[in-house]
Design a binder for this molecule. Structure first.
Ligand code: DOR
Length: 423
């Protein structure tokens, strides 16, 4: 059964035009004026863009299904306009071998969005021994990370980079030097002093960014930096790119929307790793998105059950939800042209994950039909009870935002229609 998306402004990496889009049998069939189909999705006043690609989603399965499953995380993704997510490997057991990759991909095949997975760089994400990256790459894994932890040992990281370059995969780093971050619960600065909460200095992140840029130069292997949060990190990445190194970077939504001052509430919903930083860093993150130093917006969607997140600040786990609010926050806070926001959420992350061709556009006949339709002007209030995620730990409860996903199409199937999930 064909579907026509009618009356929207189509935006992809080739430009903008008003057009209808017909999808059927997994593919885009036609793009142009006055098209028809068996069912109609109204897109008047809306943008029709490639479905978004999240490079950084914690789906929690296997092992923490009380917080999220691949299915519930998949619904959160499509409600946020994402047609593809890359799952992080800090599950239990970790996604560090072919068997666990296969399990995640099998469960992902039942999810409403396309589920890809990263693989761990080291066995059990322990930072001691390289994981069997080749066997995971053989199953299609393109991004390797120990996310949740950085790889501490520079020699091991060098070997991982050499190995990754040979396999044609990308290493993604959670930049955090454990010996500097140990015991820290929020950013180390004025607010941590006032609140008496132990801090994590910016240098814990920046030293690892510096080291891995040097290792990338040394080995020639690409490196992708995850959830960068400080002005110093952004400046180093900008310089490395200007020098022609194979360096890419993402920032998480919360690092361009919130600051460490939010922790003054002692509410663990604002606890995240890397931590919320001061306003200067938030500004630097925004500048990085505006001037191209940063490639992608990632969600770092990190669901935690109420039991866990309602612990005292120092005992609660770090992490916040992100999939269902990312587009609205980017449109509301970044002051960028809509096409640039769409690029940061779709074709640019798709290229890093090796998904271009399948996700991220262009919107043209024969291309896979993975699309998002959103109203860039609709204002709404974030309500934790109106989220598809199994968890409720959004730091944006009650916040007014602008820009709302209306429909999401994955493989030509409308999985979200007028914001309703279509199982
Ligand atoms: O805040 C975070 N939460 N940072 C991480 O690196 C891991 C994540 C999680 O898994 O909850």
């Amino acid at each position: 059964m064909s579907t026509v998306i009618k009356g929207g402004l189509v935006i992809d990496q080739t430009g903008e035009r008003t057009a209808d889009v017909v999808v059927d049998d997994g593919r885009i069939v036609a793009v142009g004026p006055d098209l028809s189909g068996d069912q109609v999705l109204d897109a008047s006043g809306c943008v029709v863009s490639p479905g978004f690609v999240d490079l950084h989603t914690h789906l929690r399965q296997p092992g923490a299904e009380e917080a999220e499953t691949i299915e519930t995380g998949g619904w959160a993704a499509v409600r946020g306009g994402f047609s593809a997510v890359v799952a992080m490997p800090n599950t239990n057991p970790a996604i560090d071998c072919a068997a666990v990759v296969q399990e995640v991909l099998l469960l992902g095949s039942q999810a409403p969005c396309d589920v890809y997975t990263s693989g761990a760089i080291t066995v059990g994400r322990k930072g001691e021994q390289l994981a069997p990256m080749a066997e995971m790459a053989g199953l299609g894994v393109r991004l390797f990370t120990d996310d949740g932890n950085g790889v501490q040992d520079a020699g091991l990281m060098r070997r991982a980079m050499e190995y990754a370059a040979g396999l044609g995969v990308v290493l993604a780093q959670h930049c955090e030097v454990d010996s500097l971050a140990a015991g820290g619960q929020m950013h180390e600065g004025e607010w941590s002093s006032l609140l008496g909460i132990p801090g994590v200095p910016a240098e814990a992140e920046e030293l690892m960014v510096m080291r891995d840029i040097a290792l990338s130069r040394f080995t020639g292997a690409p490196v992708h930096f995850q959830h960068l949060s400080t002005g110093g990190s952004i400046a180093m990445v900008r310089a490395a790119r200007e020098a022609g190194l194979a360096v890419t970077a993402e920032v998480a939504t919360h690092h361009f929307t919130l600051t460490d001052e939010a922790c003054a509430s002692y509410n663990p919903v604002f606890k995240v790793n890397p931590p919320l930083r001061p306003a200067d860093d938030r500004e630097a993150v925004r500048e990085g998105l505006a001037d191209g130093a940063v490639d992608a917006i990632a969600t770092d969607h990190a669901p935690h059950s109420p039991d866990a997140k309602e612990m005292p600040f120092d005992q609660a786990p770090p992490g916040m939800l992100g999939l269902e609010t990312a587009l609205a926050l980017a449109l509301t806070e970044l002051n960028l042209p809509i096409a640039e926001v769409v690029g940061l959420l779709s074709w640019r992350p798709a290229a890093i994950a090796g998904l271009n061709g399948t996700h991220g556009g262009p919107i043209a006949p024969d291309a896979p039909a993975n699309l998002c339709v959103f109203d860039p002007d609709e204002e709404w209030t974030v309500d934790p009870d109106d989220l598809a995620s199994r968890s409720r730990n959004t730091p944006y409860a009650g916040r007014r935002v602008r820009g709302r996903v209306r429909h999401t199409v994955v493989g030509s199937r409308p999985v979200v229609v007028d914001r309703e999930m279509r199982p």
